[in-house]
Structures are given as structure tokens and as C-alpha cells.
Design a protein around this ligand. Structure first.
Ligand code: ADP
Ligand code: ASP
Ligand code: MG
Length: 408
């Protein structure tokens, strides 16, 4: 069976007119004799609205009810798409995850898809139907509705492509593909023709919202090629694939920035073995994700400063936990909201020395101060003042010759 999975993001189904356009895209694949499986997200803004409502009901809204509530956005979008296809004379219907079922493991709000029952959908495809499947949701072992993390429809599409052995998996969104950096932040961003799973995973984890990180992990594990393209134009998009399919690697493939990071500094911490563990243990217990960490070498061997970053939404909780932590002593606690993590990513840096130097020099020439640094084999990240984000993106984009790469 020649199956194609088409995933439409919230921006692609954001209005009735856009949904009508999406139905035409779906019809065009049907006409090319594909068996088409559609996965849709909620209309843009709907998931956020639902989350807002839950907060208005309770600051501690139940996680299982959260999943029932927020997954309803996808139900609405899928029925509208199916309704339009029926109107255009196609056989189509919406499929909610529990009707298939799509099974998940893990905690509410953050489950992972681990099994999809194929029978009903295969039968429906053989009858000529176009199934419109809700992204973002599944059901747990206890038969409760689950969701798989923000932006999770991407992962739904990848797992559906895996279980149904699809020939193609296409992610339709509001930009033409994956760019060297967010095209809505930097006009000079260039569309990439091809990118490896590893680079895309780093970019997604470091702020490139165009793909959800978990979905790239799933795609890499299952060797599923992903095409990312626009639902508004017919231009070619970006292929996300394995590294060996990419002939020429640039030193840097992409640059990312983050939006909601905050910096926490503990000044004058009593320097003794285990002090960092005493600080981070209660944070991790409270599910606060600590990202970049730097500890200064203590000058007198008695006191040190420790700095780390967290998501801004966790700032108040972090402050409370640190202030009530009886296992640590420090002189001052500094909290800073407006910071951004800028990262350069590229497999080419493994074999090319001097990337760190070029990054630091380029930021220094724009008088941008680096507050924290972290690196991995294929990325370098620095923490800077948020107000300098655009300036830093521009400088680094130019430094690594991404401005003048051919637009393909
Ligand atoms: P969808 O509604 O289709 O899921 P998202 O809003 O989740 O769309 O992702 C698309 C957005 O990702 C784009 O509008 C763009 O602003 C942002 N983005 C961030 N970094 C990149 C990048 N490197 N390439 C393309 N888009 C990016
Ligand atoms: N609607 C969900 C969200 O906004 C899932 C998705 O967009 O992929 O997070
Ligand atoms: Mg998305």
C-alpha cells in the first residue's frame, strides 16, 4: 500500500479558509493514488486558550483532566477537515486516538506513543476512506486520555508513519521548511534543503519550534525521513534524514535562540563536596529542569558562586525551594529573567577547529557579554542578555556564512 502521512500544524488549520485549503492539499495526494492518512493539530491558539481556562478553574488543575481538556482542540480541527472533504465528495471521517486506539506510556501531559492498532485504519483505507487522526493525544493502560507534550502532533505523525510503514511523512506548517534560524526572527534566514536528525534534534531542543524534539528522536530511531513544507505555497521544503544521506556538511547548519529562560545565581556558597547536589536534588524532585550550569573556582577555597538556568515559569518555585533549603548556606540569591540561550549547531564542527573562538569573537565585536557557556559534540551554547538576541543572531549568521548560502 502506497501510504503518505500528512500532518497539519495549528497554523495550517488556524481558520476556516485555511482548513478549506488543507482539504485541497489532501485531495491532491488522493488524486495521485496515495492512501492518505491525515494527522491534525488544534486550530492555532486553541490549546493555549484551553490551558488558560484550566488555570482559571484551579492553579492545581488535575493532570488527567488537563489531558481531556486540551486534547479537545484536535477533535474540533479533525472533524472540520473531514467535514470539508465529505463536502468535496470524498469518503472521510475523523478518528479520535481512543477509537483506533493509539496507546501511550508515561505520565499525563507528557506521555509517549508506544503502540498503534492498525486494523481499523487499514480497513478504512482499503475502502477508499481518508482518515483524519487527532494528533497530540492517546490513551493510557487505564483507558484514560493522555497527551504527549506541547507540539506533540509532530510525534503523532512520525509514529503513525512508523506503524503504517508510510512511504512519505510530510509535516505541513506556516514556513517553507527548516531554516538556518527562525525566519520570523531574522529575515536573512535561509531555507535548508536537507538536515540530519542529529542537527535537527539539537535545533529543536534549543529553540527551533518548527519541529518537536521528541518527534525527531522517534524519527531517528525508526529511520523515518521527514519532509517539512508550507501549506501556503507549493515550494519545495526541507528533508530531515540520516547523516549519511548528506553529502556536504557546512561547519554550522543552524542557529537558535530561546525565549523563556531565567538565570539563578547563588553567591558566596559554602564550598564543600556535595554542595551542588544539595542544591539540585530538591529542584529535580520538584520536576524543575536545570539547564546550563557554571560553578566558579573558589578563590579562597571556602566560598564559590553557582549559576544555572531554568525555564522562567519555574522561577518562583525555584526561589522558594532554594530559600527553604536548610542544607545549603549562601550570601546572596540573584534571579534574572531576561536572558536568552543562543546556540550554533552543526556536525561540521566535529572536524573543524576554531568554531568556539569565532563565536566568542563575533559576539565580543558586538559588545555582547557571555554569561554562561555549554557545549556538546555538535553545538555551542551561550547565555546572553535577551535584549541582544537579534544582534547576536545577525552577527553569528554572518560569521558562519549563512547569510549568503544559496536559497534552495
Ligand atoms: P505548526 O503550527 O505547524 O506546528 P509551529 O508554530 O509549531 O507550527 O512551528 C513553526 C514556527 O517555527 C515558524 O513559524 C517559525 O517561526 C518557527 N521556527 C523557529 N525556528 C525555526 C527554524 N530554524 N526554521 C523554521 N521555522 C522555525
Ligand atoms: N495542539 C497541541 C499544542 O499546541 C499540539 C501541537 O500543536 O502539535 O501543543
Ligand atoms: Mg508545532
Amino acid at each position: 500500500m502506497k501510504i503518505v502521512v500528512l500532518k497539519f500544524g495549528g497554523t495550517s488549520v488556524g481558520t476556516i479558509n485555511k482548513i478549506k485549503k488543507v482539504a485541497e492539499i489532501i485531495a491532491s495526494y488522493k488524486k495521485k493514488n496515495y492512501k492518505v492518512i491525515v494527522v491534525s493539530s488544534a486550530m492555532s491558539g486553541v490549546t493555549n486558550e484551553l490551558i488558560k481556562k484550566s488555570f482559571e478553574i484551579s492553579k492545581n488543575f488535575s493532570a488527567s483532566e488537563h489531558d481531556v481538556l486540551v486534547s479537545s482542540g484536535e477533535q474540533m480541527a479533525c472533524s472540520l477537515i473531514a467535514g470539508r472533504l465529505i463536502h468535496r465528495g470524498f469518503k472521510s471521517r475523523s478518528w479520535l486516538s481512543w477509537q483506533i486506539p493509539i496507546l501511550t506510556k508515561g505520565a499525563h501531559k507528557n506521555s509517549r506513543i508506544n503502540q498503534i492498532n492498525k486494523n481499523k485504519i487499514i480497513k478504512y483505507l482499503k475502502e477508499g476512506g481518508i482518515p483524519i487522526i487527532t494528533g497530540f493525544q492517546g490513551i493510557s493502560d487505564e483507558n484514560r486520555i493522555t497527551t504527549i507534550g506541547r507540539g506533540g502532533s509532530d510525534a503523532s505523525a512520525i509514529m503513525i508513519a512508523k506503524f503504517f510503514k508510510a512511504q512519505r511523512c510530510i509535516i505541513y506548517t506556516d514556513v517553507e521548511g527548516v531554516y538556518t534560524t527562525d525566519p520570523n526572527k531574522l529575515k536573512k534566514a535561509k531555507k535548508l534543503k536537507i538536515i540530519s536528525y542529529e542537527e535537527m534534534l539539537e535545533m529543536a531542543s534549543l529553540g527551533a519550534k518548527v519541529m518537536q524534539p521528541v518527534s525527531i528522536q522517534d524519527a531517528r530511531l525508526n529511520r523515518i525521513d521527514i519532509e517539512v513544507k508550507s501549506s501556503f505555497t507549493k515550494k519545495s521544503g526541507t528533508l530531515i534524514t540520516k547523516r549519511s544521506n548528506i553529502i556536504s556538511n557546512k561547519i554550522i547548519t543552524g542557529i537558535t535562540s530561546t525565549q523563556n529562560d531565567s538565570k539563578v545565581s547563588l553567591i558566596g556558597v559554602r564550598d564543600k563536596p556535595g554542595v551542588a547536589a544539595s542544591i539540585f536534588k530538591p529542584l529535580s524532585k520538584n520536576l524543575i529542569n536545570v539547564d546550563m550550569v557554571v560553578q566558579n573556582i573558589s578563590a579562597n577555597g571556602k566560598e564559590t558562586d553557582l549559576t544555572f538556568t531554568i525555564k522562567t515559569e519555574d522561577l518562583n518555585k525555584t526561589k522558594k525551594i532554594i530559600k527553604s533549603n536548610k542544607n545549603i548556606k549562601f550570601r546572596k540569591l540573584l534571579l534574572k529573567k531576561d536572558v536568552s540561550k543562543i546556540s550554533v549547531i552543526g556536525v561540521g564542527m566535529i572536524t573543524t577547529p576554531g568554531v568556539t573562538f569565532r563565536m566568542f569573537q563575533s559576539l565580543a565585536s558586538k559588545k555582547i557579554n557571555i554569561q554562561v557557556i555549554s557545549t556538546s559534540e555538535i553545538k555551542i551554547s551561550v547565555l546572553i542578555d535577551k535584549r541582544n538576541t537579534k544582534k547576536a543572531l545577525m552577527a553569528l549568521h554572518k560569521e558562519f556564512h549563512l547569510d549568503n548560502r544559496n536559497r534552495k
